[in-house]
Design a protein around this ligand. Structure first.
Ligand code: GDP
Length: 364
């Protein structure tokens, strides 16, 4: 599955957010740095109202949303790249993630200690980015040394790796993260295998006070401007509100959101933003037993999409029968779509589109 690592300085609200996200009661939120020592991993359902509509039309007994994984990564402080403050564990955990959700403290509260003694989310973002950049530079230098022999021997992979590492190092030396480097399509796979910390897409999560959840504040606007300049994304959230919502049932939550002047739970926006950040989309399988959502990267071919359900579906792929979500709804379901000529037979070359309702035909 796809993994987003939640990072940030201590006491910015990571654990509060993570616990709300995963609806775990085991809140580790406490007012001192380093309370989240073990990386916590949680699976989150990706909210998608289309799934319920499909299930309703098809009379499916249950719905199974697609899921995303969030990892709560222990607090990072200045000097982490030097191994202080759980730094190495932190870096190893980030390396395994596909994207980074960077929680920034945008709330004032004299009772909650700030490790740097002031609220300044843009500066906080720089502290962490700097640590990650230093860690990348050090690991690149080491890896370059390790490649010397192979490169001399003419090993093609090593030559490609060396070239990419040098491009990344040049950017880092200029003070830019690795994700600012433009990568040719032929290099994309090798590039992502390098697992550079600053090459992961970043989503800034502005944790604001409950009163400012709907409006945002000057801090969150400064973060939004920074994100835009970097080509990153940002969302405004109140971890405290999300914590409260996570303890309510769906109906109560809706009333509560209305009272706070919010249209949608911040977590839903956060999950969706993560999905967009990772360039993911959803297709559906719909039957009387279940309606189910599946996650694929944008641009996935039909056989590869089938492989998400089961490897046999990909290996024995014959063809797919597919109806676009809008057609499915407009025609009142599968039979209606068939009658209207909206169900298409697609072969191996078909690129699955967001919202497609799919049937796969395969050789067992
Ligand atoms: P972490 O170290 O980043 O995981 O931070 P925690 O989630 O443990 O939060 C640290 C402290 O800040 C806890 O006492 C939380 O209750 C508090 N906190 C988190 N979010 C907010 C917020 O939006 N407003 C206020 N006032 N306190 C918050």
């Amino acid at each position: 599955g796809f993994k987003t690592g939640i990072v940030g300085l201590p006491n910015v609200g990571k654990s509060t957010l993570f616990n709300a996200l995963t609806r775990t009661a085991a809140a580790q939120a406490a007012n001192f740095p380093f309370c989240t020592i073990e990386p916590n991993v949680g699976e989150v359902a990706v909210p998608d109202p289309r799934l319920d509509r499909l299930a309703e039309i098809a009379g499916s007994k249950q719905t199974i949303p697609t899921r995303m994984t969030f990892v709560d990564i222990a607090g990072l402080v200045k000097g982490a790249s030097k191994g202080e403050g759980l730094g190495n564990q932190f870096l190893a955990n980030i390396r395994e993630c596909d994207a980074v959700a960077h929680v920034l403290r945008c709330f004032e509260d004299g009772d909650v200690t700030h490790v740097e003694g002031r609220v300044d989310p843009v500066a906080d973002a720089e502290v962490i980015e700097t640590e990650l950049m230093i860690a990348d530079m050090e690991s690149i230098e080491k890896r370059l040394q390790g490649l010397v022999r192979k490169v001399r021997g003419g090993d093609k992979e090593a030559v490609q790796q060396e070239r990419l590492l040098k491009v990344a190092l040049a950017a880092l030396n200029e003070g830019r993260p690795a994700r600012s480097v433009e990568i040719a399509e032929d290099d994309e796979k090798a590039w992502s295998m390098l697992q550079l910390l600053t090459s992961k897409p970043v989503l800034y999560v502005c944790n604001v006070s409950e009163e400012e959840a709907a409006s945002g504040n000057a801090f969150s606007r400064a973060v939004a401007a920074m994100a835009e300049a970097q080509g990153a994304a940002s969302v405004v959230i109140s971890a405290k509100i999300e914590e409260e919502i996570s303890q309510l049932d769906a109906e109560e939550a809706e009333v509560f959101l209305g009272e706070m002047g919010l249209e949608e739970a911040g977590l839903d926006r956060l999950i969706k933003a993560g999905y967009t950040l990772l360039d993911l989309e959803t297709y559906f399988t719909v039957g009387p037993k279940e309606a189910r959502a599946w996650t694929i990267p944008v641009g996935t071919s039909a056989p590869k999409a089938a492989g998400v359900i089961h490897g046999d579906f990909e290996r024995g792929f014959i063809r797919a029968e597919t109806v676009a979500f809008d057609d499915y709804i407009a025609c009142g379901g599968e039979q209606g779509a068939k009658d209207a000529g909206k169900m298409r037979a697609e072969g191996k070359g078909y690129v699955v589109q967001d919202g497609d309702v799919m049937h796969f035909l395969f050789n067992a």
